[in-house]
Design a protein around this ligand. Sequence first.
Ligand SMILES: *Cc1c(COP(=O)(O)O)cnc(C)c1O
Length: 383
Amino acid sequence: MRPTHLEVNLPQLKQNLENIRAHVAPAKVLVVLKANAYGHGVDGVAPFIAPFADYIGVAIVEEGIHLRKMGIKTPILVMGGTLREQLPDFFEYDLTLAASSLDLLTAADQLAESTRKRIKTHLKIDTGMERVGVREYEAEALIERSLVCSQFVEIEGIFTHFANSEVMSLPGSEQSPETRPRNDLVEASLQLERFQEVLSLYEKRSEPHPALRHTANSGATLLMPESYFDMVRPGVLFYGVYPARDIERTIEVKPALTWRSRVIFSKVTRLGRSVSYGSLWQAEAETRIATVPCGYADGYFRRMTNQTRVIINGKSYPQVGRICMDQFMVNAGKDEVKVGDAVTIMGDGISPEELADWAGTNEYEVMTNISARVPRVFLGEVQ
Ligand SMILES: *Cc1c(COP(=O)(O)O)cnc(C)c1O
């Protein structure tokens, strides 16, 4: 086992899911397993968590195929965009299509009818991301088309995605549109209204709406109960991380990741000697420099140079000198730090938020960038 590895606490993930479920019931929970389960390692997370999830969400069809090849039987929604030529994979692997355009829905229907194979789809409505999906003001044609699909196409769901659901309504959000911050829940509420407009098209035609209406990502799961409908789609929250700092902690979740390593070299350096590429840090006195075998190729961002800290033997030490591709150095001062000593890079009090701040990014990017070179060790795994 490589000394640098990621410990993933599977029972903690299950606990997070249970706490989310208790909060949103009776709504169902789609667990988002895209991007290698937000870096946690989908090969360990998926088999453990799938039995407890109502639905699984992935971004791309390849992620869905990977899960099916692992033997996962839970329904899987491919939430992102799909090319026509990828449609056969949805039939072969029993994946749910996000019908994000009239053309795509039509192509899926034609393929279903000609091959006499079944496919499930969720209509994807774009209410304010301008990314993938049919805008609310052009949704009528999509709905009309969905109502005349062949018996092989099941219109199981309809959904949209928020652009700004994770920021608390700030005081003064009743200000005029020109002066109020754009990132409060006013934008998300507007998106919700647009989604409701689309749903009302079903009422107008006296047609039942699809059984699974869903909109809520982590931010909306925390802040907008009116957005739950039939199912929620928490990603980062399931992994124990709040999507923003200022949100009241109404759902109890904890991170499941601990990034560990061991000291690979330890030396006492002299006053004035500089450490690592670019000589960005010099010893101002005789001091112990410990080398940790983890670098930016592992996802420990180079731009965090001279800003981070690690825990060795229960004590916090600053990272010094340019972070290298495969290693970084730590200033252990006068302490006796030995080769082989355990190092915590994230966890044990170092939060994903702290790393995100050091790197000038968000927790999502920190977690999803931990590279494939870092082995994942799954705690509490069913054997
Ligand atoms: C990634 C994603 C989510 C989860 O987002 P979080 O902010 O991590 O909760 C939900 N829905 C869709 C469509 C997504 O792409």
